[in-house]
Design a protein around this ligand. Structure first.
Ligand SMILES: Cc1cc2nc3c(=O)[nH]c(=O)nc-3n(C[C@H](O)[C@H](O)[C@H](O)COP(=O)(O)O)c2cc1C
Length: 120
């Protein structure tokens, strides 16, 4: 979403959802913002009393940190789950993660979606 005043626009939406008593807000913002860009997830956290789910670019370490600091109630994973069908087990075992092949994204076939092997 593009906007000349991102924070004002996003927080207006967050406050509107809060007023509607929405239970879960999935807020997409990169875990690694470029230097100088203000993260908006903490602002969303202050304004939203339901469950806050964050996503985009998280790994195990940054996800655990977001949970431990109370920034988020849950973190979701997209690309890591594509190439690691057993992602929770790998996190638990501190096992290596497979890298997903972006050339197979949105291909319309099963290739690159269901053919990554689980840990032996
Ligand atoms: C190949 C691919 C397909 C995706 N398909 C969907 C989808 O169908 N619905 C959806 O809400 N998000 C979809 N996403 C977005 C992910 O759910 C997630 O928001 C995004 O990948 C950012 O999280 P990540 O940094 O952990 O990958 C897709 C992402 C990728 C890479």
């Amino acid at each position: 979403m593009g906007d000349s005043n991102l924070e004002q626009t996003y927080m207006f939406a967050v406050e509107a959802l809060e007023k509607k008593k929405i239970g879960i807000l999935h807020f997409m913002e990169s875990a690694t913002l470029p230097e100088g860009l203000k993260p908006l997830a903490p602002e969303a956290r202050k304004r939203f009393s339901g469950l806050l789910v964050l996503n985009v670019g998280y790994d195990q370490k940054s996800a655990e940190q977001a949970l431990q600091t109370g920034l988020a109630d849950a973190i979701t994973f997209g690309t890591l789950f594509i190439s690691n069908p057993d992602l929770p087990q790998r996190f638990g075992l501190d096992a290596p993660l497979a890298t997903s092949d972006t050339s197979t994204y949105y291909s319309g076939s099963e290739e690159g979606y269901i053919d990554y092997p689980p840990l032996a």
